[in-house]
Design a protein around this ligand. Structure first.
Ligand code: NAP
Length: 268
């Protein structure tokens, strides 16, 4: 029986960053609502937490998304939402499977927009609540082989920034954050078919460190949270570069990373 006065809903809680959010928010006393497709994983996690329930949903499917929207709109104790579910479709855009791209767009854009809409009105009326939209460092840059993933994360950044301004304008204490991690050890690369070994070790962070940074920065109502000084330095550098230089570097680095990925793949 869920008696906690605070409810947090985390999408994509069956692994990686979402699972860590669920554990950390549970330790803060929230009743957790765990959303994803893999029931077994969610139930195993729920059994470990003092107060949690499972909602199995494919957020790229309208009827499932609607179910979660209704849950959110009907739960007055919901004061934490983490829109985290996501995946990548690497490859040349026009060669990629359009159905996979469509699913990604539905998950990164439609689901984030609708779940935020379902949660925000109640949060504003109750003058309480936080929404974390998990974006990516990729949301600040454009690059070959990841065209639509990056663009969908740019949408999350723009969307969250707009909400932040609306909330500030109306002096609402409700907080929104765009969490923009770089490479993080999770199942993400596995799902996307990316070889983790092809990416320098220094660039990797743990999901634990990413979530700790996010929750710490939420206390200060920070809008864009980029965990790891290397990524912050990288983005600061990119920010002052003229566009043609950024384009040159994006093409050059994508060529070399492709080479190293194919070299690793061809190893026995
Ligand atoms: N790992 C990185 O390097 C990295 C870097 C920057 C940003 N991010 C972002 O971080 C977020 C979390 O990813 P992660 O790294 O933790 O990867 P992950 O371990 O693969 O987790 C992704 C989660 O999303 C869920 N999910 C995928 N498709 C779904 C769907 N159609 N409906 C409902 N849930 C779905 C998965 O659960 P089910 O399969 O059980 O549905 C899983 O729980 C993503 O938005 C990703 O873009 C990751």
């Amino acid at each position: 029986m869920n008696k906690s006065p605070h409810v947090a809903l985390v999408t994509g809680a069956s692994s990686g960053i979402g699972e860590v959010f669920a554990r950390k928010l549970s330790a803060k006393g929230y009743h957790l609502v765990l959303v994803a497709r893999r029931r077994e994983r969610l139930e195993r996690l729920a059994a470990e937490l003092p107060s949690a329930e499972v909602l199995v949903a494919d957020l790229a499917v309208d009827s499932d998304l609607l179910k979660i929207e209704h849950y959110i709109a009907d739960e007055p104790r919901l004061d934490f939402l983490v829109n985290n579910a996501g995946f990548g479709v690497p490859g040349i855009y026009y060669e990629s499977d359009i159905e996979s791209l469509n699913k990604m767009h539905r998950l990164h854009i439609i689901a984030v927009a609708r779940l935020t809409h379902a949660a925000l009105r109640g949060m504003v009326e109750r003058s309480k609540g936080s929404i974390i939209n998990v974006s990516s460092v990729a949301g600040f840059i454009q690059a070959p082989f990841s065209v639509s993933y990056n663009a969908s994360k740019s949408w999350i950044n723009g969307f969250t920034e707009g909400l932040y301004l609306e909330l500030r304008r109306s002096r609402s204490p409700v907080r929104v954050q765009a969490l923009c991690p770089g490479f993080t050890y999770t199942e993400f690369q596995l799902t996307a078919g990316i070889d983790q070994r092809a990416i320098p070790k220094k660039l990797w962070m743990s999901a634990e460190a990413v979530v700790d940074t996010s929750l710490r920065c939420l206390e200060r109502n920070k809008l864009f949270v980029v965990p790891g000084w290397r990524y912050r330095l990288f983005l600061a550098g990119i920010g002052v570069m003229p566009r043609p230089v950024r384009h040159f570097l994006a093409i050059k680095s994508s060529l070399s990373s492709r080479k190293s990925v194919s070299a690793k793949k061809s190893q026995p």
